[in-house]
Design a protein around this ligand. Structure first.
Ligand SMILES: O=C(CO)[C@H](O)[C@H](O)COP(=O)(O)O
Length: 427
């Protein structure tokens, strides 16, 4: 097997941060440096020029994802110092041919990004026939969040007379799997650039590429995958992933012996009537979260210690009440998260008004049966069930990004300067 090229994708928006990360990645064994699409959009061709001056002998890849004016974009990137220019494989052949003409004039190669191509195998052959030098089996970042896998795309391509690159959320294990399947170029962004120790993260991927072993990963159910992803993040990471949405308001009373993650069983009740909340315990599967609306009343409790102990017996993952709980002295001794808007000593009568598993509003958020919840000391966030996997994946990216920013703060930076807040103020 030929030693695959490791290409680090600098998908950042600040050139100063990208330069430092590139230096660390090269020290860790990155062969090629990609000026990622966000970096080129944010900093322009200056980012290519700057990286060329820092790395006079490295292969630089300008990830322009060109979809029009092929030769013009290739010429700009080549003059700035790029050796490889990325075009969209889905672009018209007129664009590809024009880009290839520009590439021939300036002595650079064209990489075609297969993101969102309908018939990848046929299109890859066609592109190779046109003269494209590298086909990139790329699953874009938004597509990754919905579970698309670049290795599946790679498998559809078959044997081609050109170099094959792979990209899309690769880590050491999946990068090695790509190498074992014959990829010539393995492109890694997030796993390297979001690591606290970029050099070590790059070196781990380099080692895995040089010693690929094919492990068949055990296939987990979607719910298990979602739960596993959410276990690694916080409630704040999740609201960030939802673009600041999903947080429940007013849950002032919190008993959080551990993180709460699970799917909602909803309960609507009225005036502290504890019949439906208690019945709902028996509707719960292991790990489910009981989400109760007491019709906005905080002066009477539909939930208490005995219900909490019953919920533990049933394997309930936590309780959230838009309303009051009671027996708080006992509840805080129990190993189950309970969130409530108030604590009151008095309960209502068990009359049986209300509903189980109907759509409810709880602390300002709509909650349906099966929606996911995550709760920790910062509060509770609701994730719509149809977006659960995607949001969990995005939350992991938020978490990973913070790992690198935290490290840069540890080295003496400040959040304001790292994020270049002044520069990015909305004009
Ligand atoms: O082109 C890209 C996004 O459009 C990325 O550079 C590519 O997906 C690699 O980054 P990651 O490993 O984070 O997916």
């Amino acid at each position: 097997m030929v030693r695959p090229v490791l290409q680090v994708a600098l998908d950042l928006t600040e050139l100063s941060r990208a330069e430092k990360i590139a230096e660390e990645a090269v020290a860790g064994g990155a062969d090629w440096i990609e000026i990622g699409t966000p970096l080129i959009k944010s900093e322009g061709m200056e980012s290519v020029r700057r990286l060329r001056s820092i790395f006079p002998n490295k292969t630089l890849v300008a990830d322009l994802k060109t979809s029009d004016t092929g030769a013009l974009e290739v010429e700009m990137a080549a003059k700035a110092g790029a050796n490889v220019v990325c075009v969209l494989a889905a672009a018209d052949n007129a664009v590809i041919s024009d880009a290839l003409r520009g590439a021939a004039l300036y002595g650079v190669e064209i990489m075609a990004d297969m993101m969102n191509v309908k018939d990848p195998s046929a299109r890859a052959e066609e592109l190779a026939g046109l003269g494209v030098q590298i086909i990139n089996a790329h699953v874009g970042i938004d597509q990754q969040m919905e579970g698309k896998d670049p290795l599946d795309l790679l498998d559809t391509l078959g044997k081609l007379p050109v170099k094959i690159a792979v990209a899309g959320g690769l880590n050491a294990k999946t990068a090695a799997a790509a190498a074992a399947r014959g990829a010539d170029i393995v492109i890694v962004g997030g796993t390297i650039i979001k690591a606290a120790e970029v050099q070590a993260a790059t070196a781990a991927i380099r080692t895995a590429l040089d010693n690929p072993n094919i492990e068949v990963a055990e296939k987990k159910s979607l719910d298990d995958q979602i739960r596993e992803l959410l276990m690694t993040v916080s409630a704040p990471n999740v609201t960030d992933a939802l673009y600041r949405k999903g947080a429940m308001a007013g849950l002032a009373e919190r008993h959080v012996p551990h993180k709460m993650i699970g799917k909602a069983v909803t309960v609507q009740t009225f005036g502290g009537d504890w019949s439906k909340p208690v019945q709902a315990i028996d509707f719960c599967e292991r790990g489910d979260i009981l989400v109760i609306n007491n019709d906005g009343k905080t002066d009477i409790a539909p939930w208490g210690e005995l219900a909490t102990r019953s919920a533990i017996n049933r394997g309930v993952g936590g309780i959230v009440i838009d309303g009051a709980a009671r027996d708080w002295d006992d509840i805080v001794t129990l190993d189950i998260p309970v969130f409530a808007t108030a604590v009151q000593p008095n309960a209502g009568e068990p009359k049986g008004f209300g509903e189980i598993n109907a759509e409810i509003t709880c602390c300002g958020q709509t909650v349906r049966a099966g929606d996911w919840l995550i709760g920790d000391q910062s509060g509770v966030v609701v994730i719509p069930r149809e977006r659960a996997y995607e949001v969990a994946r995005r939350a992991v990216e938020v978490f990973k990004n913070e790992v690198r920013v935290r490290e840069e703060i540890r080295r003496g930076g400040t959040l304001g300067s790292l994020a270049q807040l002044l520069r990015w103020e909305k004009k």
